[in-house]
Design a protein around this ligand. Sequence first.
Ligand code: DGJ
Length: 754
Amino acid sequence: MIEVKDNVFALHGEATTLLLRVNEYGLIEHLHFGERVDADDAEAFICRQGLGWGESVLLREGDTASCPDAMPLAWSNPGRGDYRESPLALAGQPADFRYAAHEIVAGAVPMASGLPQAHGDAQTLHITLTQTNAELHLYFAIHGDVLVRRAVIRNTGDVPMTLTKMMSSLIDLPGDYEMTTFDGGWIAEMRASTVPVQASRVVNESVTGFSSHRHNPGFLLSESGATEDAGRVYGFNLIYSGNHYAAAQRSLQGLTRVVQGISPEHFHHVLAPGEAFETPEAVMAFSPCGRAELSRRMHRFVNAHIIPPHWQGRERPVLFNSWEGCMFDFNHRKLVALAKDAAELGCELFVLDDGWFGNRNDDKAGLGDYAVNRKKLPHGLEGLAKEINALGMQFGLWFEPEAVNMDSDLYRAHPDWALTDGYAPLLSRHQLLLDLTKPEVRDYIVDNVCAVLDSAPITYVKWDMNRHSIALGARAHAYILGLYDVLARIFRPRPHILLESCSSGGNRFDLGMLCYGPQVWCSDNTDPIERLTIQGNLSLLYPQSTFGAHVSAAPHAQTLRNTPLCTRGNVSFFGCLGYEMDLGHLLKLEREQIRDQIAFYKRYRHIFQFGDFRRMHSGWQVSGEGVTLAAMFRTLTHAAPGYGTLRLTGLDRHTRYHLSTMGQRLRIGQFGSLVKHVAPVNLDPNGLILRAADRLITLPDGKQDMHLSGAALMAGVRLLPGFRGTGYDENQYTLTDFGSEMYIIEEENTNAES
Ligand code: DGJ
């Protein structure tokens, strides 16, 4: 809802308000973004300049309140007295945009450039500012509690205008903040780094051509000392998959300026007379009470206003993916055998990953080609998909359409379609990118991918992309527009296809890609202890319905860590569950455990994927439909553990709940040489008998079962004792390093007769 009172605009979300005013100099002042207040409160938020700041450059001679450098703004004019981070650069020319008009528009104003955008029925405030040779349009809308804004600049003069920086948003927030960014690389995504925002700029930027795992476009600004449940926290993101930029800087007056948009590095856009440039949408949310509430607001926004409407609230299938189990080494027979195993375990979707086309037997050849490799798949994709469908599973397929190997029929036919820069080609994973700024390249991809999708019953696509760009320079933005065009042409007419985007794992985990496909492969790193960081930090800004989360083999390929199967499952449950391993190597007891895991997940899938997620000390919880699922994760076990506590949040203190554990079985091998002390004969822990027993026999671990109030659960429930080196007991937790426990907390129907 939008209120306009005199020169004040109030945009209201459910619990949030954005207050802006047009000041007497025609600049758009930012008054407040935070708790819900009224337009009538605007007065309370005005920053008064009094007798000024001494050396101020003034917009009006003698008027000490007219210093733009000290104003809290929602946009600013570079070169005209505001020396803080600027939102645009017109090739060195100053800008002097002043308010001209505004309108309230029903719903979202469609993008003209083909960029993806938030959808929903929120009203939009459209403010127009003008200067002699240009118009600036600022769009603001609040979806739920999330502010979405963008800027459009139009050349109204009669000579070309060059843009070298054009941000989506600028905001000046009173107060001191710390900025948390999420940085990393391949198999090391989303490592949080927090620095105080002071007078020098703190920058979060990607220049790889893509949003990148180096610096996710999402970040936080928090009051010092903010926690999960206390303190003022702002979250920011960008609906964009290319080079991004955000900078935060604190002014002498105590205003923290934040700009967000496309990275200005290499950015160069010439606007002919009459032409306009449209920025991606910037996203911003606020929580007055810590990170948990911020995440809840962001999650609801992504689930309701970003992901394609077909997938809103729609449960995602449990999938099996061939990659980690087979890599390039498979054939029809082997895949069908795997699919039989996967179906028998409860998987609902079989995904054939890389290697099904061209001469693709390793990563050196074949990218760019689409002919099915008949040596591996003599019955084609259709034959394979039909057999998989007959097992009761859907069929999904991997593509990497943006890339080309030099050893491919496509490259031999069209070497000029690859992105090069006039120097010797720089390969990455033996591949180049295709030039998606060329319409003929986009047509080739769309035609071929659509032909494959229509050749067989394919209901899922993993869209991979495995290199950073070079050579894009000023065309980086045009490439991303090309990518969005391709995705829209392929998937908009096929909304039922579940698109999971991937880029060497989480190298393109962003809101732009999520507008086309509702989930993203978080990381090639499936080690569950590593995933606690990756998924845990993603969860600050993205909902768990967007996480591709798979159980893989142990010891893990990237860490060599041997993590119990229960923990691999318990971590992957908080996302879209999949399995990715050679199922033929599973022990019978592991199969049984996986079957139980999948059945458990299906029972609570809607809650795991769409419930209210909260991070706890040493664990995660998710709530919905009267059920809370809480997992406690252990990293290192210590001798003589004290009394453990499970403390939940967000429950109703007066409601009665039933708490139980999922229950897990302990392998005999985990007791090592201790077994000989309880066996009648002296058994060698490395001998045949105990090795066989480890494969066949399991012992029950402790199970908790209680009926209690929400108040008690939020105060903290004492857990069963832990293993203390004094023997095995069914009524204790005998978790080893990296063990975990899943608790199910269900509302009791107090009206039911007992
Ligand atoms: C990189 C992805 O992240 C992996 O999951 C897998 O699909 C490989 N590419 C296949 O080449």
